[in-house]
Design a protein around this ligand. Structure first.
Ligand SMILES: [Zn+2]
Length: 148
């Protein structure tokens, strides 16, 4: 007889209001968890915006896969793909952490991952890159990329 431990499903994310780090059970995202420090709701049904300060820790400490949308505000194809990114963030909430990083505002992270074209989506599992795709992906393709 084999027993298996329940899968680990925690993520560590920084509160968008007070910038405190919170360790949250991803399977309970739909319960609308609140920040332990400021008690404001953590908005987990939409892409989480990361920057050079928050990126490494968020990726490293996530126990669910993370999909990063590397984008910039001036990028037309990025804007075209944004609704699909929002949609999978809602659909896959608690299953896959969907995050966005503006490569203009956070150039160090984009450079360290050698992001040459945007939009580029990168999938991380256990803190390591496992897949990437460049260019505008339609919703169905983005969803299957996110699910791995
Ligand atoms: Zn807070």
């Amino acid at each position: 007889m084999t027993t298996s431990a329940p899968p680990l499903r925690h993520v560590t994310i920084r509160c968008q209001w007070c910038e405190s780090w919170n360790r949250v059970d991803a399977t309970r995202f739909s319960d609308r968890p609140k920040c332990g420090a400021c008690q404001k709701p953590m908005l987990l049904d939409r892409p989480l915006k990361l920057d050079d300060t928050t990126f490494a820790r968020t990726i490293a400490e996530s126990e669910v896969p993370v999909v990063v949308d590397f984008y910039a505000d001036w990028c037309g194809p990025c804007k075209m793909m944004a609704p699909a990114v929002d949609e999978i963030a809602r659909e896959l909430s608690g299953q896959v952490l969907i995050v966005k990083l503006d490569t203009d505002r956070s150039p160090a992270t984009g450079q360290s991952f050698r992001i040459a074209n945007i939009p580029t989506v990168v999938r991380f599992v256990g803190g390591r890159e496992v897949a990437r795709a460049s260019g505008t992906l339609p919703l169905a393709q983005l969803r299957s990329f996110a699910l791995g």
